[in-house]
Design a binder for this molecule. Structure first.
Ligand SMILES: N[C@@H](CCC(=O)N[C@@H](CS)C(=O)NCC(=O)O)C(=O)O
Length: 291
């Protein structure tokens, strides 16, 4: 391994140059809004401001699963937040999520709107509100929440650690790639062992834990994340593969992953969702054909 480094950190870090790499234009060391912009509000109880990244997909899958169970109170408008264009720094968005990251939810079903940010908190809020996808029996609930919070703590090593240094950083740093590849393979093995003994992460039931983990680790298992399938030999994690395929077959998952999607097959992109019929009528292929 290369050992050299010509960089010695100064006593005080200053923001005097762009960080480099993909997403450098939206990275900054301060919080708060950069511009005034109100968020749009639609007619449904749930107003979601998001993008179809793995963190965004967790919530659109949950909303589609709730609707599939007949919970009409989960009807939602999904508005697009283009993070590459800095929409997350608009004043309206920052008022919903002071952390300036998608997904962000406004629950407008009650007398006063309730803001919810952090995808795990949004999943819990919806699960408790509708009494679905979070077991109430104490042991099953604890197992579900343990895997939900496992995802919240683990995925930053996958995305911000491995993904960043393997795919997005302006230079390939062997030490950083080795460190995070090791951790991500360890995480895949954690999941693989759990899914060898259990159909779903929480146990026999499909829960918000699966909804949180699947968009990240299912995508990774299918080689869709960072072009790293071969590098990490993801096909070896047989139980993760089985679980990934099983969840991908769910109709609500197929719908949820299309919402706020701005890349890939036009037939799989529903840029904004305001009605259940939008899946049939307003995907990008249909809109282009109608022009
Ligand atoms: N822990 C947060 C992470 C959210 C997050 O990192 N969102 C990314 C997209 S996947 C984002 O909005 N990034 C914009 C930015 O960093 O400016 C969650 O689970 O909601």
């Amino acid at each position: 391994m290369s050992q050299s480094s010509d960089y010695t950190p100064p006593a005080v870090w200053t923001w005097n140059k762009a960080s480099g790499g993909r997403f450098a234009s939206i990275n900054r060391p301060i919080a708060g809004p950069t511009h005034e912009k109100e968020l749009p509000v639609g007619r449904h109880p749930m107003q979601l401001y998001s993008l179809a990244t793995p963190n965004g997909v967790k919530v659109t899958v949950m909303l589609e699963e709730l609707l599939a169970l007949g919970h009409t109170g989960a009807e939602y408008d999904a508005w697009l937040i283009r993070i590459n264009a800095g929409d997350q720094f608009g004043s309206g968005f920052v008022a919903v999520n002071p952390n300036s990251k998608i997904p962000a939810l406004m629950d407008r079903s009650g007398p006063e709107p309730i803001r919810v940010f952090e995808s795990g908190a949004i999943l819990m809020h919806l699960a408790e509100k509708f009494g679905a996808f979070l077991p109430t029996e104490p042991a099953a609930r604890a197992e579900c929440l343990s895997w939900l919070f496992w995802q919240m703590g683990s995925a930053p090593y996958l995305g911000g650690g491995f993904g960043h240094f393997y795919a997005y950083a302006p230079m390939k740093i062997e030490y950083a790639i080795d460190r995070f590849a090791m951790e991500v393979k360890r995480q895949l093995d954690v999941l693989d062992r759990r899914l060898a003994e259990s159909e779903y992460l929480g146990g026999d039931e499909y829960t918000i834990a699966d909804m949180a983990v699947w968009p990240w680790y299912g995508g990774l298992a299918k080689g869709q994340a960072y072009g790293a399938g071969e590098f990490l030999q993801v096909q070896e994690y047989k139980n993760v593969q089985r679980w990934t395929d099983q969840i991908a077959e769910r109709p609500a998952v197929k719908r949820g992953r299309m919402v706020n999607r701005v890349f890939g097959d036009p037939a799989g992109q529903l840029i904004e969702r305001h009605d259940a019929s939008d899946f049939d009528l307003r995907t990008q292929d249909k809109l282009a054909a109608a022009e």
